[in-house]
Design a protein around this ligand. Structure first.
Ligand code: APR
Length: 253
């Protein structure tokens, strides 16, 4: 299971000794919940699309019904999915008293559903919506409405009647600056960052592990495949998150 650098026993000791721990996750942590990674999500009807043709404001304005339907299908799949052993192990570690922040690129909400409390969602959450024209409070309105309503059309904003849009970060959009600032602060203050299930290619999120490392933290990668961070990691644990994390976090015998 271990790649270059420290092995699982050493990393387990680092986890136990960490004063502040950040678990930085991407789509791979939800793969064992059956949720396709972002790029795999373009299967079936959507296979002929490029993500940038669907996950942009321009695409939504040009064809709100089509983009809304793609998100409605993904939302339905996510609602049926369950947190997996990786999400549960992270939540259990936090409950056990670790000073732990989860910083995720995922929009599926599974960390919170597994019981994690300190979760920073850099790319938003597919179960939330906000007004396309940004009316009302400057950030977002978490419109509480029945997603199961007509999944073919975006519902109107309850305040101004403009279409609602998924409260996720689309290509070319800024990340929620308050969330990013909290994630950067967590990266600068942690002494260990576990980088789990991300290709670490999409910035600014992918810059967080290097920020932590430059501030003196150890970086440990958990991924069945290679990533650009392997070369700078203090440890690389080659394996699926659902197998590696429960073993990594298990209490001493
Ligand atoms: N356990 C751990 N890692 C896994 C598993 C698993 N079971 N299965 C796959 N992986 C790894 C893959 O090897 C890959 O490195 O998860 C990573 C998934 O990479 P991406 O699909 O690129 O997802 P992510 O890194 O989260 O993408 C970042 O890019 O597409 C945008 O906004 C989107 O949030 C997304 C961002």
């Amino acid at each position: 299971m271990s790649g270059p650098g420290a092995d699982v026993a050493e990393v387990r000791a680092w986890v136990r000794a960490a004063r502040r721990l950040v678990v930085f996750t991407g789509a791979g942590v939800s793969a064992e919940s059956g949720i396709p990674t972002f790029r795999d999500a373009l299967t079936g009807l959507w296979a002929r699309f490029d993500p940038e043709q669907l996950a942009t404001e321009a695409a939504f304005r040009a064809n709100p019904a089509m983009v809304w339907r793609w998100y409605a299908e993904r939302r339905a799949a996510i609602a049926r999915a369950q947190p997996n052993a990786a999400h549960r192990a992270i939540a259990a570690l936090e409950r056990g008293g670790a000073r732990l922040a989860v910083v995720t690129q995922n929009i599926d909400g599974l960390h919170a559903r597994a019981g994690s409390r300190e979760v920073l969602e850099l790319h938003g959450n597919i179960m939330r919506a906000r007004c396309l024209e940004g009316c009302g409070d400057p950030e977002r309105i978490d419109a509480k409405f029945d997603w199961r309503a007509d999944p073919r059309e975006p519902p109107p904003c309850p305040r101004c009647g403009s279409p609602l849009r998924p409260d996720v970060v689309w290509f070319g959009e800024l990340l929620p600056q308050d969330v990013l600032a909290r994630a950067q602060r967590a990266a600068l203050r942690c002494d260990l960052m576990l980088v789990v299930g991300t290709s670490a290619l999409v910035h600014p999120a992918a810059g967080l592990p290097m920020l932590a490392r430059e501030a003196g933290a150890r970086i440990v990668v958990v991924n069945p495949d290679r990533t650009p961070l392997d070369a700078v990691a203090a440890g690389v644990l080659r394996g699926a998150a659902g197998a590696v994390l429960p073993e990594l976090f298990e209490k001493p015998g």
